[in-house]
Design a protein around this ligand. Structure first.
Ligand SMILES: Cc1ncc(COP(=O)(O)O)c(C=O)c1O
Length: 439
């Protein structure tokens, strides 16, 4: 770290080994397009779009100027029983990108809040229709849905739940995860094995009875657990079973939304339309925090039933549709559309897949997975030290000018959608060299 006067004692860092970090801090001080600059003046190519969120690359002038203009005009206005134009414009832009029939947008401030909001909307929907016994949720092992109590309850990442285990939501069950190295290692794109795992939903429905189940929530592509593309036919089976039993299907698209798979949402890529979509991150290109739930019209309509003067949903955040976030969203979604970014990034899908699968013979690599502009390289864990090998790889990559994300012993790559072949070469050449050097 360069600045000896910077006091590291007070910021309690999230999802970080705080004491280890303070021993050897890694500081980013500015960014532009595909690169960060570290505090010692090095260029660091961004292999993970920040945290899967800077989809159009860093510090895009079009978005920054819209944010500055909004700050000069209206810093804040409430959206409880009041409105301001930018929130309506942002909702319209989000709805334009959503699958047909999903035109209602509820704003939150993060992915975690969007998940909590979607779960609550599902409960409110069933109750409004006189099916208030539908209160259970089905998540999936290894699922990540943020860190609210709702999200960790339906989520399936053991360490995210362990310490808080006594206080999770009751009435939650989990589908099995789809990770299986014996059957599907080194699959390119969607694994052919595993769609039968979706049929487990029938077992859970029989166990709990459909009349008690509100919704199923999954990430169409599981990200934070280490990148698990859905097996061929898997999402279609979930959709069919939900339809059969009147259960809502929620896609958590916090990382797959806004072009990660070359389409606005994974729903369009897989041609499976859920009832609710959770999104965040790329909605503002990560400039200003914002999350959203996109709902099918019938869900909204079911809640618009009581007397007109009645608040239909007792839920919302002070900053739902915050003017500056809304301005950032409008500018971001315009930028995506005007530059044709999602379509333009598609040729890089094969390039990242080729580069990632080119790593398969390197030491300790036990799987490579990819889909859209996402790739993951799973390493064999060191005996008794899960995560240590990937952590070492991450630090060495950073020292050599490449930012990668790790989760357990999986290295996940999800560069901004503006990534070019030369960036991929740099990322994978560096990663390959690093993997050859660590034991
Ligand atoms: C699928 C998914 N859901 C929810 C979240 C939580 O989002 P946030 O960190 O903005 O609360 C994330 C974050 O990575 C995510 O990947």
């Amino acid at each position: 770290m360069n600045d000896p006067h910077l006091n590291l004692d007070h910021f309690w860092m999230p999802f970080t080994a705080n004491r280890q970090f303070r021993g050897k801090p890694r500081m980013l001080v500015s960014a532009k397009d595909m690169h960060y600059t570290s505090d010692d003046g090095r260029q660091v190519v961004d292999g993970c779009a920040g945290l899967w969120c800077v989809n159009a690359g860093h510090n895009r002038e079009e978005i920054l100027s819209a944010i500055k203009a909004q700050l000069d005009t209206l810093d804040f206005a409430p959206t409880f029983q009041m409105g301001h134009p930018m929130a309506f414009k942002a909702a319209e832009k989000v709805a334009e990108l959503a699958p047909a029939g999903m035109s209602k947008v509820f704003f939150a401030n993060s992915g975690s809040e969007s998940v909590d909001s979607a779960l609550k909307i599902a409960l409110a929907y069933h109750r409004a229709r006189g099916e208030g016994t539908r209160t259970k949720f089905i998540g999936r092992e290894r699922g990540y849905h943020g860190v609210g109590f709702g999200g960790i309850s339906v989520g399936g990442i053991p360490l995210n739940r362990k310490v808080f285990g006594g206080q999770l939501l009751p009435g939650v069950d989990h589908l099995p995860h789809t990770h299986n190295l014996r059957e599907a290692a080194f699959s390119r794109g969607q694994p052919k094995w595993g769609s039968h795992l979706a049929e487990d939903l029938e077992r859970l429905v029989a166990l709990h009875d459909p009349s008690n189940i509100a919704a199923v929530i999954v990430e169409p592509v599981a990200g934070s657990t280490g990148v698990l593309p859905p097996p061929v036919g898997y999402l279609e089976t979930l959709r069919a079973i939900c339809d059969k039993h009147g259960i809502l299907l929620i896609f958590d698209e916090v990382i797959s939304g806004f072009g990660r798979l070359g389409t606005p949402f994974a729903a369009q890529y897989f041609n499976v339309t859920p009832d609710l979509i959770c999104c965040a991150k790329g909605i503002t290109n990560a400039t200003i925090p914002m999350g959203a739930v996109i709902a099918k019209d019938f869900i909204y309509d079911a809640l618009m039933n009581g007397p007109e003067g009645l608040i239909e949903l007792f839920h919302g955040y002070t900053y739902s549709g915050h003017p500056v976030a809304a301005a950032a969203a409008v500018a971001t979604l315009d930028l995506y559309r005007e530059t044709g970014l999602f379509e333009a990034s598609r040729p890089m899908h094969a390039a990242i897949a080729d580069a990632a699968h080119g790593m398969r013979e390197l030491p300790n690599v036990i799987d490579v997975r990819n889909i859209g502009l996402i790739a993951a390289i799973e390493l064999k864990s060191r005996e008794g030290k899960p995560g240590a090998r990937a952590y070492e790889a991450m630090v060495k990559c950073f020292e050599r000018g490449v930012l990668v994300r790790i989760t357990g012993d999986t290295i996940a790559l999800s560069p901004p959608l503006i990534v070019g072949q030369s960036h991929l070469d740099e990322i994978f050449d560096t990663l390959g060299d690093v993997l050859r050097t660590i034991d």
